[in-house]
Design a protein around this ligand. Sequence first.
Ligand code: UT7
Length: 331
Amino acid sequence: MRNSSADPSPGSRILGVGAYRPARRVTNAEVAGPIDSSDEWIRRRSGIVSRRFAGEGETVVAMAVEASVKALAQAGVAPEQVDVVVLATMSHLNPVPAAAPQVSHLIGTRGAAAFDLDAACSGFCHALAVADALIRTGGARHVVVAGSERMTDLLDPADRGTAFIFGDGAGAVVLGPAAQPGIGPVVWGSDGSQHELITLDRPWDDVRSRPAPWPTMRMAGPEVFRWATGTVPELCRRALTVAGVDVTELAAFVPHQANGRIVDATAKALGLSEHTVVARHVEELGNTSAASIPLALDDLLARGLVPSGGYALLAGFGAGLTQAALVAQLP
Ligand code: UT7
């Protein structure tokens, strides 16, 4: 039996990045009312200044399509060349069917394989690792890796622990074969014993068996904060070691945009060089879960802040609990 359908490649690399930010910008003042908070508190505790909330028609599928089409254009890859579409999402509310096949259809692939991947806020790094492995083992030559979230569908505007943090949006990259590895080995893991730290406030079964309110997210913020700041730096150090990249060689550090204080704490713990650009897109977009890393990458590239070919350290962490980090070469 042959062990691959395409020619295996020595490596893969990001060829293009795209993003979609919903039209409606929502200020801290707007979300603060129902949670008895303030612009000042939200900025101080999270670094967030605004976020985008998706409106009608800005669905998980539609936003992923917009981001993917832009990423393909930047990559110079035709939709017909795409073999696989991996969509990282935790907010596609319909389990049947998955969202990725519609994304694949709407971006114009020739029936590319397509599947959703749910590893919450670390989903994009998981999806990137899967796509890289597919290209290296000959399962695919070009893969669209998207993260798309409509977190507002899971939010209770009156919940103090989540209402001001999360936002909506999508980001995508196109991965293709490369003579040298442009994606470092992934370092990842999970701790299901802590699954209750970020969860819905009631199971969907409740809605089935009796009239019950729509399930919404709850987060034990301080516990998750401590876990993230305690474990992400070491995860990042291991990702650098397995990639053979020294911290001084990093052009960019792009952690999941959960909270500006987590970004700052992890950046400080890593002892980054002054020339390493740290993504702080959380200020503008809040926490967009699986979409936050490609959105932040798109922002850094669009503003010309990072060099083509430079190394970016990507690190995702979130519900599950799950985490994943890897080094990626910038397109
Ligand atoms: O993306 C997946 C992973 N998620 C994360 O990584 C998020 C991690 N957690 C966090 O980012 C932070 O925990 C939050 C931003 C969610 C909260 O910040 P915090 O500094 O952990 O706040 P806290 O919950 O410890 O609350 C501090 C104080 C408390 O008052 P006292 O007890 O000090 O008097 C709260 O009652 O702030 C109060 N408080 C609020 N005040 C105004 C809590 N929530 C609010 C609020 N507005 N929304």
